[in-house]
Write a protein that binds this ligand. Structure first.
Ligand code: NDP
Length: 234
């Protein structure tokens, strides 16, 4: 049976690859996104994840068209890097509002449907830097670390109702987000990654389809690294 999968931010990058992977395996896939073109076979409703009413309205629209959501991949995220001493309240709060509170808004609405279905797969896109830290990313790494606590609390709250919640922790993946990095920094990062390369979006998508699968029903509260070995032990 085709399942309704919602991926936030499927217009580009990792979210786009995740949406394409669920489409390829026969799921009904939709996205909550801010604009841009969508992959073949992916329906969309416009919302900014920082706007609670817009998020709820987008879920309503998509569920009316495709049935209750069974899999949520909370992928939408931003960076606004800067050294701690120079980071403004606005730059800290903006990143937390998108990456953490935005994820919370989507999860809260999705769980409402999943409880009725007595089935749900929640996949949160975290980051290796949420576990290891990274200079210049106090805001971003804090927002991503918090997703681990979120997945584990959801697991304890609704784990008995057929709902799982897990975090994927990608390392450095080739997308627009990492394209902003200076070449010297890329070389420096590559040297520290055991796989000696950045990852591909398809490699993150493979982890998302696994954690979103019916078969992963006994995996919850886990953090699955997709980082070429960068974060081992964290
Ligand atoms: P991109 O910058 O390519 O894509 C980010 C996506 O998030 C876009 O679809 C963007 O929409 C969406 N988004 C951002 N802000 C909002 C918002 N307020 N409301 C709705 N959608 C929003 O990044 P990646 O594909 O690289 O990253 C995807 C996820 O993976 C992020 O959570 C990121 O933190 C995480 N990640 C990425 C890594 C990497 O190396 N690339 C490593 C570890 C984690 P729009 O096009 O409208 O801006």
């Amino acid at each position: 049976m085709s399942r309704h999968v919602i991926v936030t931010g499927a217009n580009r990058g990792i979210g786009r690859a995740i949406a394409e992977a669920f489409v390829a395996q026969g799921d009904t896939v939709s996205t909550i996104y801010r604009g841009g073109d969508l992959p073949e076979g992916v329906d969309g409703a416009i919302a900014d994840v920082t706007d609670t009413d817009a998020v709820n309205a987008a879920f309503d629209q998509l569920e009316e068209r495709h049935g209750r959501v069974r899999v949520l991949v909370a992928n939408a995220g931003v960076t606004k890097d800067g050294l701690l001493m120079r980071m403004s309240d606005e730059d800290f709060e903006r990143v937390v509002d998108v990456n953490l509170t935005g994820t919370f808004r989507c999860v809260r609405r999705a769980v409402n449907s999943m409880l009725r279905e007595r089935f749900g797969r929640i996949v949160l896109v975290g980051s290796v830097v949420g576990l290891m830290g990274n200079p210049g990313q106090v805001n971003y790494s804090s927002s991503k670390a918090a997703l681990v606590g979120m997945a584990r609390s959801i697991t304890r709250e609704v784990g008995a109702r057929g709902i799982t919640a897990n975090v994927i922790a990608p390392g450095f993946i080739t997308t627009a987000m990492t394209a902003e990095l200076p070449e010297a920094t890329v070389k420096q990062y590559e040297a520290t990654i055991p796989a000696k390369r950045f990852g591909a979006v398809e490699e993150v998508a493979a982890a998302a389809t696994y954690l979103g699968s019916d078969a992963a029903g006994y995996v919850s509260g886990a953090v699955l690294p997709v980082d070429g070995g960068l974060g081992m032990g964290h």
